[in-house]
Design a protein around this ligand. Structure first.
Ligand SMILES: Cc1cc2nc3c(=O)[nH]c(=O)nc-3n(C[C@H](O)[C@H](O)[C@H](O)COP(=O)(O)O)c2cc1C
Length: 191
């Protein structure tokens, strides 16, 4: 029996969101370790997969890392509304999160996180070509280690404003909204 079948209390569902996203940060095998993030500027919409790097239940924040020169950052500079999408086939759960994105670059938050990162993760930020640049051949793109922090390393913090939790089941679908403006007091909605 699926764990969510017996969850009929919205507070327990919020707790379960905390549990799966907290685990998603640490466990690369978790379905919640990666998610899709959508940004929009100039009437165009883009989404892409990123890795969940941090989640704070208390602060209702989540984070991912990216390159300062990537398209998603230029879009966020124009429009900081962001949509995040998680889906676990195993759990039959979709979690949609909307919020405001904040770009951290070259600040204390980036410096502290950089110290904890593996050499492999750091390498992505020392590339000879900027993300999205046309190249004649993929082998032209090289990364070379450097001892200092990369100026391109950025952390996107999402200040969560809405969580839309959906569980789809033959035995009955369940959907809950948690809104910041309601202090994340959950309420059922029609799926
Ligand atoms: C499994 C997976 C994980 C990824 N994780 C990240 C990530 O954490 N940060 C990131 O910037 N790009 C990540 N990417 C690459 C992005 O999906 C995207 O291709 C890249 O960031 C360029 O996007 P943009 O041009 O919209 O900025 C990941 C891709 C995959 C397939």
């Amino acid at each position: 029996m699926n764990l969510y079948e017996n969850l009929n209390d919205v507070n327990e569902i919020l707790e379960s969101i905390n549990k799966v996203l907290s685990r998603g940060v640490k466990d690369r095998h978790s379905d919640y370790h990666t998610f899709s993030v959508a940004t929009s500027a100039n009437n165009l919409i883009n989404n892409r997969t990123v890795v969940l790097r941090d989640f704070s239940y208390e602060k209702k924040l989540l984070c991912y890392h990216t390159n300062f020169l990537s398209e998603k950052i230029s879009e966020l500079k124009k429009n900081n509304n962001i949509a995040c999408l998680f889906y676990s086939k195993k759990d039959k759960v979709q979690i949609r999160i909307n919020g405001k994105a904040h770009i951290n670059n070259g600040n204390q938050i980036c410096k502290e996180k950089w110290k904890t990162m593996s050499e492999q993760s750091k390498l992505c930020y020392f590339q000879n070509h900027n993300p999205g640049k046309k190249v004649a051949n993929p082998v032209e793109v090289k990364q070379s280690a450097n001892n200092s922090i990369s100026k391109l390393f950025s952390i996107i913090t999402v200040d969560i404003e809405k969580i839309d939790w959906l569980y789809l089941s033959r035995l009955g679908h369940k959907r809950v909204f948690f809104l910041k403006k309601n202090n994340f007091d959950g309420y059922w909605v029609a799926p």
